[in-house]
Every structure is written in structure tokens, then in C-alpha cells.
Design a protein around this ligand. Structure first.
Ligand code: GTP
Length: 152
């Protein structure tokens, strides 16, 4: 979950098929794909739900939350507003009182350093305060989105 344009669809497609799309269209509602990964030598089928960041679909996304086993909150490191927006999505999660894992991801770390307006420390601190894991990634470069994430 995360604001429009932070790269949710591209994070999934980079992980799913290793591809990246420059100027990808905005997701309408909710999309999904399934991928089998090996975790501790066992095949595990992962269903990856890609939610739209558009306000128009907020009620749909909120209703879907109960079906998720894990939530990844995404912002773009070159977009301060998208970092502030994580709070909105985090509140949707809190409202449902779900006992599931959460992860905070700062995407687009390939951007030039002067365009990085959300620092690693800010991301880390928000994640720490709210009990989430934290990673910075780039869907464009593939940084941090390799399948061996599960079996380091
Ligand atoms: P919505 O479906 O509207 O909620 O957006 P989204 O979060 O799924 O974003 P999407 O993956 O469609 O990417 C939005 C734009 O950001 C596209 O133009 C992508 O090419 C670009 N983009 C995505 N990931 C990266 C990245 O890691 N680095 C850079 N530089 N651009 C990226």
C-alpha cells in the first residue's frame, strides 16, 4: 500500500518477472499475481496484491485488508508527501486490528542523491516506532528486490 506513483506495481513486477516499466499506468482498484518461491527449501505460493494509491479506491482497499497475511507500506524516497501518506495507510491497517507482519519500503533509491528528500534515518525511525521491518529498494535498478531475499 502507498501513494500513487511510488512504484508499487513496478516493485511487484521486478520481483515477479524481473521487469520494469518506465511510465506504467496507474493501477485500477486492486490487481494480483501469484508466484511460487522457495523458503527454507519448501515451495511457498505467494499471492501479491497490488493496491491502487488513488483515494477513489480507499474503501475497496480497506475492505481487502482482512485477507492479507502481510502488508508492505511503500513511499518514494524522492517524494516527501508519499512518506507522510504512509501514515494514512498505516491507520487503515490499525483500524482493522490485524495481527500480521508489516514492512516499510522506501522505493526509488536509484534517484540522484540531491533528489532524495526522505532520509534513510527518517524511514528507519518511522518503521522502528511502528514495529515494522524497513528496506530501501529500487524497482528500476532491482536493488533489494531479488528472490534470494527469502534465503539469504
Ligand atoms: P499507482 O498504481 O498509481 O498507485 O502507482 P504505483 O505505486 O503502482 O507506481 P508505478 O509502479 O506505476 O510507478 C509510477 C512511476 O514511477 C512510473 O513512471 C515508474 O516507471 C516509476 N518508478 C517506479 N519505480 C521506480 C524506481 O525504483 N525508480 C525510479 N526512478 N522510478 C520508478
Amino acid at each position: 500500500m502507498g501513494a500513487c506513483g511510488v512504484g508499487k506495481t513496478n516493485i511487484i513486477s521486478r520481483f515477479y518477472s524481473g521487469s520494469f516499466v518506465e511510465n506504467s499506468p496507474s493501477t485500477v482498484g486492486i490487481d494480483y499475481c501469484t508466484k511460487t518461491v522457495k523458503i527454507n527449501k519448501e515451495d511457498v505460493s505467494l499471492t501479491l496484491w497490488d493496491t491502487s494509491g488513488q483515494e477513489l479506491f480507499f474503501s475497496l482497499v480497506r475492505n481487502f485488508l482482512i485477507y492479507f497475511d502481510f502488508i508492505v507500506f511503500v513511499y518514494a524516497v524522492d517524494n516527501k508527501e508519499s512518506f507522510k501518506n504512509v501514515e494514512t495507510y498505516f491507520q487503515f491497517y490499525q483500524e482493522k486490528k490485524l495481527n500480521i507482519g508489516t514492512l516499510l519500503v522506501g522505493n526509488k533509491i536509484d534517484v540522484p542523491v540531491e533528489e532524495k528528500v526522505v532520509t534513510t534515518e527518517e524511514g528507519k525511525e518511522y518503521a522502528r516506532k511502528n514495529g515494522m521491518e524497513f528496506f530501501e529498494v529500487s524497482a528500476k535498478a532491482g536493488t533489494g528486490l531479488k528472490e534470494d531475499f527469502f534465503n539469504p
